[in-house]
Design a protein. Structure first.
Length: 319
């Protein structure tokens, strides 16, 4: 367990690039840009209509064809477009401390270009995190196959991967639910995950999560889980931990294989050392491996005896 005490606010913020890849990734970023000003927003797509000026720090038109209307759901075309633009991609990633890639898998750019972009990102930066969305079952087996092939290629680049499961999302809706409402919910869930992730990186607390330690935890890559508990009292600590480790919109995560974790605790002024160690031990008990755990603590007197937890768990890719 590593606890870093850093009560003096550090004004030097890490350089974080948040990159929307393909139509789905770009759309997600348009939903989150108003929530944070601490990152650079970058859009990468083969179709020019998603790269209109506005929120973007940089845009990259993938491929050599200036009149391209997209990759037509063909991953090979997406891969070629990314290869043709690899220098432009690399230039966008210069001097980055962390690169976050966001994409929907199964399509031409999301499945074809994303692994190339992740490879270039990893060459420029130690810490690369991919937030990805698996296709809905009704989108067909071929698209799902493309998505799984993309996941396998991303594993080779040793990036950290968070996978939202549209199949699991559907379990929370009746068959009569309008499709637009479901799509909006997927967008909200993914933006919430990304927002929580960026919030931990950029927040200042009584005990800060040091960015150098985060790099140590994230740089080896692997499967990644993000969970958050709602406000519960110290007396409901076990329930709060279980709630934080239950995220029904993500692909199933094997906690027994987790070997790294980042934890942010938000609590009232009555929060004590005994509770802190109970939380740490409870997380370590979830895994069969020795977990490298980094904690951050933010005390808010108005919370009284309530506790919020945001937990990242990571495990190495299984062969």
């Amino acid at each position: 367990m590593i606890i870093e005490d850093c009560s003096v606010e550090n004004e030097i913020l890490p350089s974080i690039k948040l990159v929307g890849v393909g139509g789905a990734g770009v759309n997600i970023l348009t939903q989150i840009h108003h929530k944070t000003t601490s990152v650079d927003f970058i859009a990468m797509d083969s179709a020019g209509n998603s790269l209109e000026p506005g929120i973007w720090t940089h845009t990259v038109r993938l491929g050599n064809n200036p009149k391209s209307l997209g990759c037509g759901a063909d991953p090979e075309k997406g891969r070629q477009a990314a290869l043709q633009s690899s220098q432009l991609i690399s230039d966008c990633f210069k001097n980055s401390d962390m690169i976050i890639l966001v994409a929907g898998l199964g399509g031409g750019v999301g499945s074809g270009a994303l692994p190339i972009i992740a490879k270039v990102a990893k060459q420029e930066c130690r810490v690369v995190v991919c937030f990805t969305v698996m296709p809905f079952p009704f989108e067909g087996r071929k698209r799902t196959l493309f998505a799984h092939e993309t996941y396998s290629r991303l594993k080779e680049e040793q990036v950290a991967i968070v996978m939202l499961s549209n199949k699991r999302v559907l379990q929370h809706f009746s068959p009569n639910t309008p499709l637009l409402k479901i799509m909006e919910e997927v967008g909200l869930q993914l933006t919430s995950l990304i927002d929580n992730f960026i919030g931990i990186i950029t927040s200042t607390s009584l005990i800060n999560i040091d960015f150098a330690d985060m790099k140590t935890i994230l740089s080896p890559g692997g499967c990644m889980f993000i969970g958050r508990s709602s406000e519960l009292s110290n007396e409901g600590l076990d329930i709060s931990i279980d709630q934080a480790l239950k995220n029904e919109i993500l692909e199933i995560f094997d906690f027994t294989q987790a070997n790294r974790s980042i934890l942010l605790i938000e609590a009232g002024s009555s929060f004590n050392l005994g509770t802190l160690y109970d939380i740490g031990e409870a997380l370590e008990d979830k895994s069969d491996k020795d977990i490298e755990l980094i904690m951050g603590i933010n005390l808010e007197p108005a919370m009284k005896d309530e506790i919020n937890m945001t937990i990242f768990m990571l495990g190495d890719f299984l062969s």
